[in-house]
Design a protein around this ligand. Structure first.
Ligand code: PGA
Length: 256
């Protein structure tokens, strides 16, 4: 059985007190209330860098809630003003790093090659990547979206040995669905998730492909999570806007 995951990508939202109360509301719930006992879902909270230490301190004795970051530098250390290294993140017990988010690709011009370097630093420091891929509306309309997504995956991840690749979490996030209120239909999501799994199988074999969690992201909310998570190849969600309200986030986590 594949690990089910619901990860909250808080993006550049919430001041300290807001981040603290959102976290407290989530970690203050029992595993029964979170639904993690019933469906085995793993929750990951990905606050902004500045909140990581505060959020981690609220995690005491909480099972099934994990800490993630939203980015990491592509260099190990040194004169890179404003950047945060993988080694720094792991020193705060960060376990996961969202990598290659479309907003990073679009606004900060991250390339597949740079993302590959970040992936190596994430693994090199004992953390795990949540690797994002996804197409623009234009690419979808041209019919080139599946090739585009496969290429994102090949160029950033396929240099990994199987022993590392089998720990990768993938998030398929169609850019046209992120923050727009437009969600991919469950058929559209399933089609791409299945294509991604097939692509992984062609490189690493069916067993590893069958083990890789593939999350859906893009306007996922309590009202559509059930239908999306019911798809055979959808193993959870990377949640933006709806992760900023504990009630919505938990309801999504209970949608399996
Ligand atoms: P959204 O964002 O849920 O607000 O669409 C998802 C994401 O960008 O990870």
């Amino acid at each position: 059985m594949r690990q089910k995951i619901v990860a909250g990508n808080w993006k550049m939202n919430l001041i300290k007190e807001e981040a603290q109360s959102l976290t407290a509301e989530i970690v203050g719930m029992s595993n029964d209330e979170l639904g993690t006992n019933q469906n085995g879902v793993k929750l990951i909270l990905c606050p902004s860098f500045v909140h990581i230490s505060t959020i981690k301190s609220l995690f005491k004795n909480v099972k099934n809630v994990h800490l993630g970051a939203q980015n990491v530098a592509s260099q190990a250390e040194g004169a890179y003003t404003g950047e945060v290294s993988a080694e720094m993140l792991v020193s705060y017990q960060v376990e996961y790093v969202i990598i290659g988010h479309s907003e990073r690709r679009q606004y900060f011009k991250e390339t597949n090659q740079e993302i590959a370097q970040k992936i190596d630093l994430i693994f090199g420091n004992g953390m795990l990547p949540i690797f994002c891929c996804g197409e623009t509306l234009e690419l979808r309309e041209e019919g080139n979206h599946i090739e585009f997504i496969k290429n994102q995956i090949s160029e950033s991840l396929f240099h990994l040995p199987a022993s590392k690749f089998e720990k990768v979490v993938i998030a398929y996030e169609p850019i046209w669905a992120i923050g727009t209120g437009k969600t991919a239909s469950s058929e559209q999501a399933q089609e791409i998730h299945a294509a991604i799994r097939e692509h992984i199988a062609s490189k690493y074999g069916q067993e590893i492909a069958d083990k890789t969690p593939i999350l859906y992201g893009g306007s996922c909310k309590p009202s559509n999570a059930k239908e999306l998570f019911a798809c055979a190849d959808v193993d959870g969600g990377l949640i933006g806007g709806a992760a900023l309200k504990s009630r919505d986030f938990i309801e999504i986590a209970k949608s399996f």
